[in-house]
Design a protein around this ligand. Structure first.
Ligand code: NAD
Length: 491
């Protein structure tokens, strides 16, 4: 898929049912994170005019799309899902080329997206309002949901297919039109996602996709006064900025943000299961899940064997190009991301954490030209260290030990984030106490921090999220407004 700069393909935006270059022809090159010297493609650096054209198209398409029956809208979306299944091999390759994750992880992302999208389509077909008993006889009282208009979807690079699916499907089934701005590190995944819808014959302008940077095209999209809702997944810093911008116009926002997710392991836990879950949640997708476990808090009594088991799993990971079936951990997503992670690791060492394994950019055959970082585990950490407070978003795990359950919960909650958490224990009472006390939007008992199902909402609390959460029953709620009606049909 990847090639050199002169032969790499040039891609176009999708605006109003047409594939178009940026209005001034400007392009950004994308580099393969597994082989940085290779350019995978050139993408429009969308201008304000391009963004305006995308919103114009979405605005023009809105009335007809809104007025189509929800069943007709669902037919288009179901066809897009069928195309996703048909093209899963090709789209997985695009994800691996741009993001670096293994082909199996890319495939898993698409399968998971299809399930979530199916659920949102079904939800849209059955859940658009409710009838309430009226205080008066002869009065029909009900409330129903109406679409909002043109919605902006801004997505991150770590789940570049799933996140647009999770946001665009409820928006579209509810009757909104969408302008999607994928992350600049994964533009082709955003365009491929859009192509699946375009190829169903979706009416022009219903879904538009513009590529470019966050500070350029992203900011321009947010500033278009015709945008009625902004669904954003990304860093807490950018989320706060978006909220400030949107508040001035009373535009609703759905912000799914960063995490610093804890896993607590008590002395009665099944150690093998807990260690496997910890290693998977810390190192899958090179630690770039928003729900990755980045802090594990272990009861002191079992810390020795638990840490040994996690280290064995970390050291058994095979780094390499995601296209190689033997690879179990791909590169991190790009040189800037690699630098950020290595800087955090350095800071961890300087602040006195003890490096148990990893801690370096990985070198060797097939690795030298890529953004590979060794799976890294620190111990002897404390809550005052930068590596235990900030989201590193890479394959770096910090191991705390705790003398008591209460101490473990305090450490777990002692960060500004609140996305996901988990506890491993066979003690029902302490598990229930953890569920009561944990400050996280998604929590788990004897399951890893990243587990989720499509029928339930997905969203963080504290600085990990704001607004109505995505997916599940609340997926469509964000993209609709309520209207109440009272009808007197008998005097
Ligand atoms: P990011 O905040 O840098 O960028 C996210 C998106 O916002 C990109 O499309 C980017 O181009 C755009 N953007 C950046 N600045 C912008 C601006 N000023 N105006 C408009 N758009 C702008 O995040 P990222 O590095 O792409 O993704 C990683 C982050 O996403 C991590 O913090 C991770 O935890 C988070 N994340 C959260 C969830 C969740 O559900 N909570 C899921 C996945 C990722």
């Amino acid at each position: 898929m990847s090639t050199n700069s002169t032969t790499a393909p040039t891609h176009q935006n999708y605006i109003g049912g047409e594939w178009r270059a940026a209005s001034d022809g400007a392009l950004d090159a994308h580099h393969n994170p597994a082989r940085i010297s290779e350019v995978t493609g050139h993408f429009p650096r969308s201008t304000d005019d391009d963004v305006r054209a995308a919103v114009d198209a979405a605005e023009a398409a809105y009335p007809a799309w809104r007025d189509l029956s929800v069943f007709a809208r669902a037919e288009y979306l179901k066809r897009a899902l069928a195309l996703m299944s048909e093209r899963i091999d090709r789209v997985s390759q695009v994800i691996t080329t741009e993001n670096g994750k293994t082909l199996a992880e890319s495939r898993g992302e698409i399968v998971s997206a299809i399930k979530e999208m199916e659920h949102q389509i079904h939800q849209g077909l059955r859940d658009l309002g409710e009838i309430a008993p009226s205080a008066q006889s002869g009065v029909l009282a009900y409330q129903y949901r109406r679409p909002l208009g043109v919605c902006a979807v801004i997505s991150p690079w770590n789940f570049p297919f799933n996140v647009p699916g999770r946001k665009c499907t409820p928006a579209l089934i509810a009757g909104n039109t969408v302008v999607l701005k994928p992350a600049s590190l994964t533009p082709n995944v955003g365009l491929e996602f859009t192509r699946l819808f375009a190829d169903t014959g979706l009416p022009k302008g219903v879904l538009n996709c513009i590529t470019g940077s966050g500070s350029g095209a992203g900011e321009s999209l947010l500033n278009d006064s015709r945008i009625k809702a902004i669904s954003f997944t990304g860093s807490t810093k950018v989320g706060i900025h978006i909220n400030q911008l949107a508040a001035g116009r009373l535009v609703r926002t759905q912000l799914e943000l960063g995490g610093k997710n804890p896993m607590v392991v008590l002395e009665d836990a099944d150690l093998d299961e807990a260690a496997s879950a910890c290693a998977t949640a810390a190192f899958a997708c090179a630690g770039q899940w928003c729900t990755s476990t980045s802090r594990v808090i272990v009861a002191k009594k079992i810390a020795g064997p638990f840490v040994e088991a996690v280290l064995a799993k970390a050291q058994a990971l095979r780094l390499g190009n995601g296209f190689d079936p033997a690879t179990t951990m791909g590169p991190v997503c790009g040189t800037q991301q690699m630098k950020n992670i290595l800087d955090f690791i350095e800071q961890g060492k300087q602040e006195g954490a003890r490096l148990l394994t990893g801690g370096r950019r990985a070198a060797g055959e097939g690795l030298d030209d890529g953004c590979f970082i060794e799976p890294t585990v620190f111990s002897e950490v404390n809550p005052g260290m930068t590596i235990t407070q900030e989201e590193i978003f890479g394959p770096v795990l910090s191991v705390f030990t705790a003398d008591s359950f209460d101490e473990a919960v305090n450490i777990a909650n002692g960060v500004r984030f609140g996305l996901a958490s988990s506890i491993y224990t066979k003690d029902l009472e302490r598990a229930m106490k953890f569920l009561e006390k944990t400050e996280a939007g998604l929590t788990h008992v004897n399951m890893m921090s990243a587990y989720k199902e499509p029928q339930l909402s997905f969203g963080g609390i504290k600085q990990s999220g704001s607004g109505i959460p995505e997916a599940g029953r609340t997926g469509i709620e964000f993209f609709t407004e309520h209207k109440v009606a009272y009808i007197k049909y008998r005097s």
